[in-house]
Write a protein that binds this ligand. Structure first.
Ligand SMILES: Cc1ncc(COP(=O)(O)O)c(C=O)c1O
Length: 357
C-alpha cells in the first residue's frame, strides 16, 4: 500500500462489517438485518422503477423520499435529508458538524463506525465510559459536555448493547451541549425505543438519523435519512454536494417511498421481531446467559462460564452466525440479531448442544 496511498489513508482503521457469507442454509444472526422480507409494495415499486428511466440520473434531492419521511413524521421537507444508507448520512454529519476546536464526545461502547468517521475527518473524539452495566452515564456525559465539546454522537437504542435512553435524558444532553450538534442515531428505534424526532422543533442542535435497513427490512437497498431543523439539513446538503450529488438511485427512492407508506407491514413486522426478542431473551436466560435489556432487534448477552469468542466459533460450526467483538469491555458478550422464530429456536438448540450440562 505504501507509496501510492496518502499517509492519512494508511492511518485509518476501517470498520469491519459483519460477515455476509455465500453459504446457503446458515442461520444468520450477525448483522441485525430483518429476518422478514420488505413490504411487497416496496418490492413492486423497485421493479417498476427499474423497468424504465434508468438511462437518466435520479433526482439529486430525493424529493419524493424526503416528502414521504416528512409526512410520516410530521416534519417539513426542508427538515429531512436522505442518503445512501444511514452510514453515508452519518459520514456527512461528521464532516459537516464535528470538526471543532473541542473534542467530539461519544460513549466508549457504541457503534464502532463513529470512531472510523472521526479518524477519516480528523476529528478529535473523546470516549466517555459507559457504566459497569453498560448503560450510558448521561450525568457524566452532560457534565463533560457542559465544559465545552465539539458535539455528541450516540446511538439510541445503543449498539451493540440494545439499551435505550428515555427522551428526558436526550434532552439533558441537548441542553448541556447547546452550542454544538447532538447526533442521535436511531437505527433501531422502531423496535421499542423512544424517538427524538418529536424534539426537533424545540432544539436547533438536534440531528436524528434513521435507516430503512432494519425496521423496514431494506438493508439491500441502502437508504437512510437525517431529520433536523432546516439549517442542519442545508449543511448536510452542502456536504453531500461536495461528495456525490446523486446518492440514491431511482429504484432506491421508489422502494423507500413505498415502504414508508406500508404502515401495516411495518407495524406487524416490528411487533413480531419484538415478541421474538422477548422469547429469545427468556430462553437464553434459561441457558444461563445474562441478557442486557434490549429495545433493538438484537440481544447482547454473556455466559458467566463460557468464553464468548469460543462460543461464536462453536456456533459457526453448527451453521449459526452471531457477532462477537474483540473489543475492550465487551469481549465476553455475543450480539445476537433477532431472526425468525425458527432461526431463534435453532440458535437455542445449538447453544444447548454446545454448553456443558
Ligand atoms: C447504530 C447503527 N447506525 C447505523 C447503521 C448503518 O445502517 P445503514 O447504513 O444500513 O443505514 C448501523 C448498521 O448496522 C448501526 O448499527
Amino acid at each position: 500500500m505504501q507509496g501510492f496511498c496518502s499517509p492519512r489513508l494508511a492511518a485509518i482503521e476501517p470498520y469491519v462489517p459483519g460477515e455476509q457469507p455465500r453459504i446457503a442454509d446458515l442461520v444468520k444472526l450477525n448483522t441485525n438485518e430483518n429476518p422478514y422480507p420488505p413490504s411487497p409494495l416496496a418490492v413492486a415499486a423497485v421493479r417498476e422503477a427499474a423497468a424504465s428511466g434508468l438511462e437518466r440520473y435520479p433526482d439529486p434531492d430525493s424529493l419524493a423520499l424526503r416528502e414521504a419521511v416528512a409526512r410520516r413524521h410530521g416534519l417539513g421537507v426542508d427538515q429531512v435529508f436522505a442518503g445512501n444508507g444511514s452510514d453515508e448520512v452519518l459520514a456527512h454529519a461528521f464532516f459537516a458538524f464535528f470538526r471543532q476546536p473541542e473534542p467530539l464526545l461519544c460513549p466508549d461502547v457504541t457503534y464502532s463506525f463513529y470512531r472510523v468517521y472521526a479518524q477519516r475527518y480528523e476529528i478529535d473524539c473523546e470516549l466517555q465510559p459507559v457504566d459497569a452495566t453498560l448503560h450510558i452515564d448521561v450525568d457524566a456525559l452532560a457534565a463533560r459536555a457542559a465544559i465545552g465539546c465539539g458535539g455528541i454522537v450516540l446511538a439510541n437504542p445503543n449498539a451493540p448493547t440494545g439499551i435505550g435512553l428515555p427522551l428526558p435524558r436526550i434532552e439533558q444532553l441537548l441542553q448541556a451541549c447547546a452550542r454544538r450538534v447532538v447526533l442521535v442515531d436511531e437505527a433501531y428505534v422502531d423496535f421499542g425505543g423512544d424517538s427524538a424526532l418529536q424534539l426537533i422543533g424545540k432544539y436547533p442542535n438536534l440531528l436524528v438519523v434513521q435507516t430503512l435497513s432494519k425496521s423496514r427490512a431494506l438493508a439491500g437497498l441502502r437508504v437512510g435519512f437525517a431529520c433536523g431543523q432546516a439549517h442542519l439539513v442545508e449543511a448536510l446538503t452542502r456536504a453531500k454536494d461536495s461528495f456525490n450529488s446523486y446518492p440514491l438511485g431511482r429504484p432506491a427512492i421508489a422502494g423507500a417511498v413505498a415502504a414508508l407508506q406500508d404502515e401495516d407491514w411495518f407495524a406487524h413486522n416490528c411487533r413480531t421481531v419484538i415478541d421474538t426478542r422477548e422469547g429469545l431473551a427468556l430462553a437464553l436466560e434459561d441457558l444461563g446467559f445474562e441478557v442486557l435489556p434490549s429495545q433493538a432487534n438484537f440481544l447482547f448477552a454473556r455466559h458467566p462460564q463460557q468464553d464468548a469468542g469460543e462460543l461464536a466459533v462453536a456456533l459457526r460450526g453448527r451453521a449459526v452466525l452471531v457477532r462477537h467483538f474483540r473489543a475492550p469491555r465487551i469481549a465476553q458478550y455475543l450480539r445476537i440479531s433477532i431472526g425468525t422464530r425458527a432461526q431463534c429456536e435453532a440458535l437455542v438448540q445449538a447453544l444447548a448442544a454446545i454448553l456443558p450440562t
